[in-house]
Design a protein. Structure first.
Length: 108
């Protein structure tokens, strides 16, 4: 299973990602985000599909494609809290302009 991260571990993970991919661009796809809420649990699941392009000029690494971000947000307390976050790459494309990735989406 997935274990909870401490705030320090979460911040370390985010800093590592920013160092690995200092140049990033995200474009949310049409029809995104999608949300499903539960009154019983006072929470919502939010899913967003987006085109991404990331690069690291220091080592020449590049990555481009379509990914999905899923957040679970709790409204049980005095303010909203993200209780879980996950993301996954749905498709990868050869490096190039982000618009090239967007134009190859189904339905685009």
């Amino acid at each position: 299973g997935i274990s909870p991260l401490s705030l320090a571990a979460l911040m370390a993970e985010k800093r590592h990602f920013v160092r690995r991919w200092p140049d990033r661009r995200y474009v949310v796809q049409d029809g995104s985000p999608r949300m499903a809420c539960s009154v019983g649990t006072s929470s919502c699941i939010v899913r967003s599909t987006f085109d991404f392009r990331a690069a690291n000029p220091r080592n020449g690494a590049r990555s481009q494609g379509v990914a999905e971000l899923t957040l679970e947000i709790s409204f049980a307390g005095p303010r909203p809290v993200i209780v879980s976050e996950s993301s996954r790459v749905l498709r990868r494309f050869a490096p190039g302009p982000l618009s090239a990735a967007a134009s190859t989406r189904p339905g685009a």
